[in-house]
Ligand binder design. Sequence first.
Ligand code: GLA
Length: 395
Amino acid sequence: MKADPNATAPKADPEIRVRRQFEVLYGKAPTLHSIAPGRVNVIGEHVDYNGGWVLPAALNRCLVMAVSPRDDDRVRLATADFDGVLEFDSRDLAPGRTKDWSRYVRGVMAGLARAGHTVPGFDACVASTIPVGGGLSSSAALEAATGLAGLALVGAEMDRFALAKLCQTAEHDYAGVPCGIMDQAAVLCCEAGHLLLLDCASETFVQTPLPSEEWGLLIINSGVSHELASGEYAQRRAACEQAARRLRVPSLRHVTIDELPAALELAGLTEEMRRCVRHVVTENNRTQRCVAALKAGDFLAAGQLLNASHASLRDDYQVSCEELDVIAEAAQAESAVAGCRMTGGGFGGSCVALVRQGQAEAVADSVGAKFFARYGRIPAAFVTPAAAGARLQRL
Ligand code: GLA
């Protein structure tokens, strides 16, 4: 059984596709490309909104936004993948105007305007190799690309983390997803060859090398489209915040692994809250231990922590789904895999596996065969290095 070749080989270079489409649609060449990758979180899941520690990497899959300024206030948006041009007035940025993807662009433009950078009209076209609905932050990539392009159009600069927070606010207010800061920070702040160890309480980060000679990251997409706005995500977040209030801590980050047994005994926590607390506290502990294991070059130990993270997300936090469990279990059984877990918000999306270099294709084939036997389709899979964060290219 061979993995789907289209799944492992990205589509034609998005920079070429987007430029071609831009010229066809607008009859001129773009003046800049704003390029933003997707992200994969290695460990530290559903802890960012609890002030915890996350460890994402930027993907080698990205969104490219080709842009050129206009002399008026019109904004025109198109994609190289679908027909149609979305249009709006650059001064009309109130939330709730639309449910199409221009809301992410409007949200970021509104944030830039609040920061004193009012972006006038422009033409834009995007192309992406980040699977939409794959739990790999395609929307954060669109927000980040818009942010960098908007700043370039007005000749301004902004600290990367500040821009990530602005993008997060756009996601809250314009897409209705009460997400944490991980995705936008990863997309904007990651450096090539490094995982981003982000402390979501102090909002500080350390670039942590991912030595790639021996081990790599394999992404396997369940093909089940996750929908964070469906309410489950907000429900978990609310349960955590309520539990923190009952435990009298500012956030669950402040409960240590040693304090966990006593915290779980506290009367007044519902069963749901107890499961959430156990996941968050143990996940924060696993992330710290995973960073230490990676630093020591002990990938097998790091992998065990990924496996434990998956079990906690499945059993305690209850954000996995059957397809993700099938992938994780199949990958964990492979000798070339140190560990595998669901990544991102869950309820679908992708798994990430720590795989021996050179073995990823064989692992993808074997996991794909087990998945096929159950669901009659092969999950898309690709290998990624820890890639660079978003960047601007003036043409
Ligand atoms: C989504 C959110 C992030 C984070 C993850 C779970 O990707 O956007 O902020 O909460 O889920 O770790």
